[in-house]
Design a protein around this ligand. Structure first.
Ligand code: NPW
Ligand code: K
Length: 490
């Protein structure tokens, strides 16, 4: 798992490291790592035009020292100082010694210089910044974005809140972010994610001083650990039997997609109860189907309730029946609308419970999501005493105790009808294997995103494509190559 940290946690970890290393060591480590990534991204630097946007803090110092290294290798480097009197003096001297030039941000033609650069390094603000970019910095960031060159943020894209990903006003739009010591939470969630682009982590020796992270991102290996193949002793009942309460005569598709997703994720046994029974039976002959109540479906290890089920009295009664069991439950879509009216049945549960709202469903529980998506998910989870999966380009999953995951595999192609039904089916299949609800949500979001990426390789995707590609996506997450059989992997 990749630990995700706030600016305060990073600062606290830096303190002892600064005390035990000679002055300037950490900045040199940061600048060296930064320059190395830039050389790689530029495929060589000789003769390339590099513009450094330099603020008043150590973030600007990093940019100046990295610029000095690039200048020493033959790049044509110009530092653009946002406040000429307060730029990092030693960094400035190093850049000049290496042959770099220096300009004031307000100077004539600076905008053109930035727009024409092959590489623009954003050293305006790091983790010491607060609020959005001031006007001149904002204008130069726009010039960088409109230019043809690479945009690379130093540590964090200036103008984003490193701890939350919130953007208050303007922020630097980076294609890449080279971050030091540990991945900041704000680089992977909310608006910060879009501004950070691809994140590169540079080791500056911080790791031994970092606290245990309270927020994480899963890797494929982490997700694979929850998607293990059945063992030789497994039978159809022992792999986690999932029960699906979804779809209706009006919306049979939601039942078909949700059931199919559960089946394709964990095909041991899936049961279905609801009024889309005919559609589900026709689409998935492998599923045990009843058009009765959840209790008529037979024994399960986890329930998924909600997609397309409607919000009438029968739906409420089915939801209450499922929540009254002592089994793990995924609550999605229409069931969330019903639950928001009276969340009582969730508050009293002790079995793992995962709510999977999008922003509008989230707001029905009493408060808008706002710019800090991790805090919002944690708040609702703590309030209801269950896990909350808040959908988004970077889906956040939080538990009542504050443990949180930010998904790294999302793709905008997933913003299409029915993909949520697929996600809840996957989550139910994972939840039936026995993890904590927050972990099941994180694994489901990871697999759902990977499946979306896979399906989108062939162009626009629809939710049914996800269901079809799920087995291959599970294999890929587990490290299987599509052209090799599982038994040849050893
Ligand atoms: N510590 C370490 O060991 C290491 C740190 N490292 C690096 O240092 C970075 C942190 O450096 P930092 O603390 O100097 O803060 P930083 O983010 O550069 O900027 C603060 C300055 O900006 C100003 N300012 C604030 N908001 C503003 C705004 N909206 N618009 C305009 N200005 C604004 C504020 O001044 P103010 O104007 O508020 O008086 C202040 O002067 C970190 O991200 C990493 O890159 C690495 O080298 C590794 C080792
Ligand atoms: K920056």
């Amino acid at each position: 798992m990749i630990g995700l940290y706030t600016a305060e946690e990073i600062r606290a970890a830096e303190e002892p490291l600064l005390a035990e290393t000679p002055p300037g060591t950490l900045m040199q480590r940061a600048a060296t790592g930064l320059a190395t990534v830039c050389v790689r991204l530029l495929h060589g630097v000789y003769g390339r035009r590099v513009a450094l946007l330099v603020g008043t803090g150590n973030n600007g110092g990093d940019a100046l020292y990295a610029g000095a290294r690039l200048a020493a290798r033959g790049a044509r480097v110009t530092a653009v100082l946002l406040d000429a009197e307060r730029a990092h003096p030693a960094g400035l001297a190093a850049l000049r010694r290496a042959g770099g030039r220096v300009r004031r941000a307000e100077g004539p033609d600076v905008r053109d210089l930035v727009a024409r650069a092959d590489l623009v390094l954003d050293g305006i603000l790091g983790i010491g910044g607060s609020g959005g970019l001031r006007p001149v910095a904002a204008e130069l960031s726009t010039a960088a974005a409109e230019g043809a060159g690479l945009t690379v943020a130093v540590d964090v894209p200036s103008g984003i809140d490193a701890g939350t990903g919130a953007v208050d006003g303007a922020a630097f739009p980076a294609m890449h972010t080279v971050t030091f010591g540990a991945v900041k939470l704000g680089l992977v969630v909310g608006e910060g994610r879009a501004h950070a682009g691809q994140v590169h982590l540079v080791d500056i020796g911080l790791e031994p001083h970092l606290p245990a992270a309270t927020a994480h991102q899963l890797t494929d290996a982490d997700a694979a650990a929850r998607l293990a193949p059945p063992s030789a002793t497994d039978d159809k009942y022992s792999q986690g039997v999932v029960g699906i309460v979804a779809g209706s005569t009006t919306y049979p598709g939601a039942g078909v997609l949700c059931t199919g997703a559960a089946l394709r994720t964990r095909p041991g046994l899936v049961r279905y109860a609801g009024t889309a029974a005919d559609g589900v039976r026709a689409a998935w002959p492998e599923v045990i189907v009843t058009d009765g109540r959840p209790g008529d479906a037979g024994r399960v290890q986890a329930w998924v309730v909600g997609p397309g089920m409607g919000t009438d009295a029968a739906a409420r009664s089915a939801l209450d029946e499922v929540l009254a069991t002592d089994l793990p439950v995924v609550v999605d879509a229409d069931a969330l609308t019903l639950l928001a009216e009276d969340p009582g049945p969730v508050r009293g549960r002790s079995a793992p419970t995962l709510l999977t709202p999008h922003d509008r469903e989230f707001a029905r529980f009493g408060a808008e999501v706002g710019a800090d998506r991790v805090a919002a998910a944690r708040r609702l989870a703590a309030d209801l005493g269950c896990a909350v999966l808040l959908k988004g380009e970077a889906t956040v999953v939080a538990d009542a105790d504050g443990a949180a995951f930010v998904n790294g595999t999302g793709t905008p192609w997933l913003a299409t009808a029915g993909t949520g039904d697929v996600l809840s089916g996957i989550a139910g299949a994972v939840l039936a294997t026995g993890p904590r609800a927050v972990e099941a949500g994180a694994v489901a979001a990871h697999l759902h995103g990977r499946t979306g990426q896979l399906a989108a390789q062939r162009g626009p995707l629809v939710a049914g494509d996800l269901v079809r590609r799920l087995p291959e996506a599970v294999g890929r997450v587990r490290g299987l190559r599509p052209d090799r059989l599982g038994d040849s992997e050893a």
